[in-house]
Design a binder for this molecule. Structure first.
Ligand code: GLC
Ligand code: CA
Length: 562
């Protein structure tokens, strides 16, 4: 059992991370695109949230095929976002406010416009040839690999200049780097050091499980569904070696934080990545709980069948157990790759939008793991659910739509379904006020503002003591003032309850009970823990329960005694 003596305190376990999508945060020069000056303008707002780390989505030079996840210069700021001077000012402004900055490092692939790739494709004996994965065409067609963003879902792209194919898990403008080449690895480490030397506080490591793959590219097993393919070309044989090397060369030299985006990781192999003694990563985030609302058959489509809360609780429970004694976890319900958390896990109907937003925030900030909150979720922003392709910017959506159209398949039906889970739902501009374009820009925004901005915006919530925003601020303080909410043991209460997610958090003799009704009807909590109204620390209702029956989407944290 954790207690004050045996917990291993680390600053990165105690921080609350705010993920900031700069393209949609605040535009200051009237081009419809958020920029670093916009972040600077909002520094006091960020500070007012109480969060203490900002994770900034990629801001490096990029042709923006995949909005910044295709980098053409790792040491330059994307022109859309501003200059290095702006960056330095932003970093200084964050640090002056006691807020740390982690940047998004895309190490698995570059843009095809990166000078390394430009060189690599020139000739088979170019010095940079081996920076990427090439397959000479005289060997025949390479064994098929599924690509997630490709127009034809084919990860091999033929390049006639050298009569070879190159490999790209994502779009054809995102060729995969060859990590087996030590020059590549050291080039990436030196980029990391460049930014850490500038004073940043760490990295979010994009698709880090993909950096090692079986580069003999054998034929895939027959009759296997594509959704099962990725483990065959991610999580490769040298992944742990590379992470150990990255740790030795970079992380160990700085007091920094890191979080890897880790697909296909299981609870069984989790500690291999984050057990402190192995000197690899500090934390990663998995995807196990994000399947809600997404079809199992084809993850481009939504699934509106019943959501099984009992199963969902098991996922969190199993993951909490993994890190009970070693390593450390992360917790999130939204990011730039998912639809809005309120629409997916809460309820975006007007009657429940605010109350369910607060409930989900309570969940994120009361679990044992480093919490991540995605910008806009602090005010409870919701999906746009666009059903016209003109409203989309995401390469992922557009390429799939066009592919279906070309094949004569039901592309309109696809978009109807996909509109519930599309990534563009969460990338719409931040809603600051009820003025033109929600105060995001005075030009035409790069992605349409959600139409509900007139009533759902920061300014309106600033003035309302009961707003989602002010509730979030209160929760943040509650977590920061109570080590038990960070390190306390986690134990599920009323495990089989199909509507309520309840658990205790215990450290020494202090115990909190968290009760969250995830449904739109009243729900009974079955527990022997004595519950006393006088012990409510925070709740999204003035009176959340009557005789242990909790109102729809009620959230409460009680202090109970043991
Ligand atoms: C990660 C990013 C996503 C991006 C992909 C390719 O999953 O979060 O936005 O499209 O990697 O870099
Ligand atoms: Ca701008």
């Amino acid at each position: 059992m954790p207690n004050q003596e045996n917990i291993q305190r680390k600053w990165w376990k105690e921080k609350i991370v705010y993920q900031l999508y700069p393209r949609s945060y605040k535009d200051t020069n009237g081009d419809g695109i958020g920029d670093l000056k916009g972040v600077i303008e909002k520094l006091d707002y960020i500070k007012s949230l109480g969060v203490d780390v900002v994770w900034l989505n990629p801001i490096f030079e990029s042709p923006n095929d995949d909005v910044g996840y295709d980098i053409s210069d790792y040491k330059a700021i994307m022109k859309d976002f501003g200059s290095m001077e702006d960056f330095d000012l932003m970093l200084k402004g964050l640090h002056e406010r006691g807020i740390k900055l982690i940047m998004d490092l895309v190490a698995n692939h570059t843009s095809d416009e990166h000078p390394w790739f430009q060189e690599s494709r020139k000739s088979r004996d170019n010095l940079y040839r081996n920076y990427y994965h090439w397959w000479d065409a005289e060997k025949g067609k390479p064994p098929y690999r599924w690509s997630i963003f490709d127009k034809e879902n084919n990860a091999w792209k033929y390049d006639d200049k050298t009569n070879s194919y190159y490999f790209h898990i994502f779009s054809e403008k995102q060729p995969d780097l060859n990590w087996e080449n030590p020059e590549v690895r050291h080039a990436i480490y030196s980029i990391m050091k460049f930014w850490l030397d500038k004073g940043i506080d760490g990295f979010r490591l994009d698709v880090i499980a993909c950096i090692s793959k079986d580069t003999s590219f054998p034929e895939m097993p027959e009759n296997m569904h594509v959704s099962k393919w990725f483990p065959y070309y991610t999580q490769g044989p040298f992944l742990h070696d590379y992470l150990k090397e990255m740790n030795r060369e970079v992380f160990s030299k700085y007091d920094c934080m890191n979080v890897g985006e880790m697909s296909f990781v299981t609870t069984e192999d989790a500690l291999l990545f984050v057990d402190e003694e192995r000197n690899e990563l500090q934390t990663f985030y998995h995807f196990d709980h994000t399947g809600v609302g997404v079809s199992k058959e084809n993850f481009m489509y939504a699934d509106d069948t019943h959501w099984d809360l009992v199963e969902w609780k098991k996922i969190f429970n199993n993951w909490d157990k993994v890190f009970a004694a070693k390593g450390w976890g992360t917790i999130y319900l939204g990011n730039h790759d998912m639809s809005r958390m309120v629409s997916r896990f809460g309820n975006d109907r007007e009657a429940f939008r605010e109350i369910s937003a607060k409930m989900l925030q309570t969940f994120i900030l009361s679990m044992r793991a480093t919490p991540y909150i995605y910008n806009g979720d602090e005010i409870g922003m919701v999906n746009t659910n666009h059903t016209k392709i003109e409203n989309y910017q995401d390469v992922y959506t557009i390429n799939y739509y066009n592919q279906l159209k070309q094949k004569g398949e039901d592309y309109e039906g696809f978009l109807q379904s996909h509109s519930n889970i599309s990534r563009d739902n969460s990338r719409t501009p931040m809603q600051w006020n009820d003025k033109e374009n929600a105060g995001f820009t005075n030009a035409s925004p790069w992605l349409e503002v959600n139409k509900n901005y007139k009533t759902l915006n920061v300014a309106a919530q600033e003035n309302d003591p009961d707003s989602v925003l002010n509730y979030f601020r209160e929760l943040v303080q509650l977590r920061k003032n109570n080590l038990t909410l960070v390190y306390g043991a986690y134990e599920l209460v009323d495990e089989s309850n199909e509507q309520i997610f309840a658990y205790t958090r215990t450290l020494d003799h202090e115990q909190f009970l968290v009760v969250l009704n995830f449904s739109d009807t009243p729900a009974l909590l079955r527990t022997t823990i004595p519950i006393n109204k006088g012990n409510i620390l925070i709740s999204n209702y003035a009176e959340p329960s009557h005789n242990n029956i909790y109102d729809p989407y009620a959230a409460v944290i009680y202090k109970t005694s043991i």
